[in-house]
Ligand binder design. Structure first.
Ligand code: PGA
Length: 242
């Protein structure tokens, strides 16, 4: 793992965005893996600013998101499709049909298989942007998830339900399940960029980087990835040994 530490979240966001922008400039048909939640928002703001100011084009870029809640369609403000349109896609020249988010509606097993096939047909993911949960999850791959999982129906842990409660009108509105790219799907990306900031991530980051590779801390699998770059602010890095 290549660990990069930054004094501020702003500097971290700029640096992580620059990696993506450089990759898109180098390959206008790049296949990007994207994520939702608080962690990637600053990166997305940098991509949008660069698109406006420098004209970096996404018209031939394809994107695949990590996950989606069960039962929410793209009209639901809590859905990850809605989040992506609002936080990123509506502000770029990307073609909406080239942006893939798993569907949590209908035949979920079939949606999972379709999603893996679509990733394959696109040629695989070149760069996957991810965050980390305070319990060490990546996407909705909670502690205990097997490392060989592909896109699947995932049960959310109580920790994750609690962490995401702020986005829902009431805790009982939070779906218990989601469609999530699996750990193997994430490991299949040719490069993984993780962004993590804030004290709440420090323990999970320490275990991910310095602890054993274990399904109890799903992100620790990234120790096995040949090209994982971890962008941390000083708080998220605060428990690391060196
Ligand atoms: P966050 O979530 O970016 O909202 O902190 C990250 C995650 O749970 O993967």
């Amino acid at each position: 793992m290549d660990v990069k530490k930054f004094d501020t979240v702003e500097a971290l966001n700029r640096a992580a965005a620059a990696e993506i922008i450089d990759a898109v400039k180098g390959n206008p048909e790049l296949v990007l893996g994207l994520s939702t939640g608080n962690s990637p928002i600053g990166v997305y703001q940098n991509l949008i600013a660069d698109h406006r100011n420098n004209g970096t084009s996404y018209k031939d870029v394809k994107t695949f998101n990590l996950d989606e809640y069960e039962g929410l369609d793209g009209n639901s403000p809590q859905s990850y499709r809605y989040f992506m349109n609002e936080q990123l896609f509506d502000h770029l020249d990307i073609v909406l049909e080239n942006t893939y988010v798993p569907s949590g509606i209908g035949d979920l097993a079939r949606n999972c298989a379709d999603y893996e096939r679509q990733i394959q047909e696109a040629g695989g993911i070149a760069i996957q942007l991810i965050g980390i949960g305070t319990n060490g999850h990546i996407a909705f791959n909670e502690p205990g998830t097997s490392f060989d999982t592909l896109t699947h129906v995932a049960e959310l842990s109580q920790a994750t339900i609690a962490a995401n409660a702020k986005y829902f009108p009431s805790p009982s509105d939070i779906p218990n399940r989601a469609i999530s790219m699996g750990i193997q799907s994430i490991m299949n990306a040719r490069k993984v960029i993780m962004v993590a900031f804030g004290q709440s991530k420090a323990q999970a980051i320490k275990e991910m980087i310095e602890g054993p590779i274990t399904t109890e801390l799903p992100a620790s699998v990234l120790q096995n990835h040949p090209h994982a770059v971890i962008f941390l602010d000083s708080e998220a890095a605060s428990l690391l040994s060196e």
